[in-house]
Design a protein around this ligand. Sequence first.
Ligand code: TXA
Ligand code: MG
Length: 344
Amino acid sequence: MGEVITRVVAIDPTRPDPAAIAEAAALICAGQLVAFPTETVYGLGADGLNPIALGRIYTVKGRPPDNPLILHIASLEQLPLVADIPEMAHRLVQAFWPGPLTLILPRTSCVPDLATAGLTTVAVRMPDHHVALALIDAVERPVAAPSANRSGLPSPTTAQHVFNDLRGRIPLILDAGSSRIGLESTVLDATCLPPVILRPGGICREAIEAVVGPLQEIASVAQQRRSPGTRYRHYSPKARVLLVEDSQAEALQAAVANALQQSARVGCLLHRLKPDHLPALVAITRIRGSVADYAQGLFAALRALDGLGLEVIVVEGVEEQGLGVAVMDRLRRAASPSSPPEVT
Ligand code: TXA
Ligand code: MG
């Protein structure tokens, strides 16, 4: 892979400059990659119907080839081109698009194998961001986009995160500021009845169930394997992450004491707990507010703490309901001790 100069171009999140959009679209149409903002995290965009461009995504990210991509669309007219649409999916689309819900649907023959990693299904979503929608519109076809991080690192929620990970590897990053949601979309398999959440994300289970009734639980490992991305250790800083599952001051103090026995380079990420009664640490970051605020700042905080060269980051967990399910999913992945054996 040759080095390219990576330009970062600021773009208004609500009224994107048509010239900047046209330039980004021209690069994508020419088979190049462009990082762009969505409401969840920044995406690494390629022409979703061009196998050569799709291949570049895997190379640039260092992504395992069996982990399929999400196709992003800007209008419902683009959906039948790439997927068959069961009745249930119509209702979900009506309720949640544009928005952070990715639907797994039966694919059409238009979709290159590289977009689906050879599966008979395809992941599709319509992002809720003016820049993303304008870009896809200008490309005039679905845009494949994984999160724009190097594989294994936390997803990028700012253009600076993308630049840190992909500098020299892609020609253009559109910078529209921090991502509004800060966690990836919910991935919902709508090829089965009832549908099943393969990856919790920006739309919570309760909201989906209000539209289509009770969802299926991920029953078996076999089903889990249908979302290949969830197999890999993910979202992980270089430092070891110690997750304090429940938000109790005593549990936090015990975890910090335990970490300090292993290393002097300990940092801490807090949400509801105050840093009172903690010993002096290299860094203590606190994201106050609601669980949505915690979600929004989580990946940026993990990246910032990791930038301090810590050995251990002690992280406060949240209650597993609503958006808290997605937050805990990401934190557990960040905290998992090592890559599962199937990753080589
Ligand atoms: O919010 C998001 O979803 C962001 C923004 C950029 O849209 N994108 C994103 O993409 O998180 P990525 O590639 O990092 O995650 C896509 C997830 C992976 O877990 C992948 O395994 C799953 O979707 N996926 C894609 N196609 C699938 C399919 N056909 N069946 C099951 N899972 C699929
Ligand atoms: Mg990702």
